[in-house]
Design a protein around this ligand. Structure first.
Ligand SMILES: [Zn+2]
Length: 235
C-alpha cells in the first residue's frame, strides 16, 4: 500500500513538473507584455537575425500554431514591424522564423510607404509598443523591375511611379537601365529601401521622434530569393 502511494505521488510529481516545463517553454517562446517592455531595439534586431539564420539553415522552431493561437488570444505584444513586398516568397513570419504575435507585418508591392502604412507603423510603435521597424526589399522584385521598365497598367502605374525616384537616383551602374540588367535592378532595390526609410522619417514626425529618443530603430534589409538570406549590411 505504502509502495503504491509512493508510486502514485511520484507519478503526480513527474506529471506536474513536466506540464510546468511545457508551459514554461511555450511562454518563453512567445512575446508577453513583460518581454516586449524589456526588449531593446538592438535585441529586437538580433532576434530577427537569429530567426533568419534558423530559416536559412533549416533549424526553424517547432511551431505549434494551435498552441500559439491559444497563447496569444488575449493580447499581442509584437517587438517589431516589418515592411516587405507582397512577393509570395517574402513572407516575414516565415523568412524570420517568427511565432504568432511576434511581429507586425505590412506588405505592399515594392515595399514603399503611403499614409496608411505610416499610420499602421505609428500604431505598431507608438500605441502597441514595437521597438523596431525593418524595411525589407528583395532581389528579383517584380515591382522594382516594373519601375525600371516604366510599366504602365491600371492602378499599378501609380504604385510604380512611387518607385521611380529610386530608379532615377541610381547613376553608378553601367549597362542598360532596365530590368534586363540584374545589377541595375539590385541597385534600384537597395536605393528604394534607403528612400523608403527617408520617407518614414520625413513624413512621420511620430516615428522620427521615437527614433530620435532612442525608443525605436529604423533599419533596412535585402532578402535574397535565391538563398533565403536577409542581408542587413546594405552599405
Ligand atoms: Zn517584390
Amino acid at each position: 500500500m505504502k509502495n503504491k502511494i509512493f508510486k502514485l505521488s511520484l507519478l503526480t510529481t513527474i506529471l506536474i513538473s513536466s506540464a510546468f516545463v511545457y508551459v514554461q517553454q511555450v511562454q518563453t517562446n512567445l512575446m508577453t507584455k513583460e518581454s516586449q517592455q524589456k526588449i531593446t531595439s538592438n535585441e529586437a534586431l538580433e532576434k530577427l537575425k537569429a530567426g533568419n539564420e534558423r530559416f536559412v539553415s533549416g533549424n526553424e522552431l517547432k511551431h505549434n500554431h494551435k498552441e500559439e493561437v491559444a497563447q496569444t488570444a488575449n493580447g499581442q505584444y509584437p517587438y517589431a514591424v516589418i515592411l516587405s513586398c507582397i512577393d509570395s516568397r517574402v513572407s516575414s513570419e516565415i523568412i524570420f522564423d517568427q511565432n504568432l504575435g511576434d511581429v507586425f507585418n505590412a506588405r505592399i508591392a515594392g515595399n514603399i510607404v503611403n499614409t496608411d502604412i505610416l499610420g499602421s507603423m505609428e500604431f505598431a510603435c507608438k500605441v502597441a509598443g514595437a521597438k523596431l521597424i525593418v524595411v525589407v526589399g528583395h532581389t528579383k522584385c517584380g515591382a522594382i523591375k516594373g519601375a525600371c521598365d516604366h510599366v504602365e497598367l491600371g492602378n499599378l502605374t501609380h504604385l510604380v511611379n512611387e518607385i521611380k525616384p529610386a530608379v532615377d537616383s541610381v547613376k553608378n551602374i553601367s549597362g542598360e537601365r532596365n530590368s534586363k540588367n540584374d545589377a541595375f535592378v539590385r541597385a534600384v532595390a537597395l536605393k528604394n529601401i534607403e528612400l523608403t526609410i527617408k520617407e518614414i522619417r520625413l513624413k512621420s514626425p511620430i516615428l522620427k521622434e521615437l527614433e530620435d529618443n532612442g525608443k525605436i530603430k529604423i533599419v533596412g534589409a535585402l532578402y535574397d530569393v535565391s538563398t533565403g538570406k536577409v542581408n542587413f549590411n546594405l552599405n
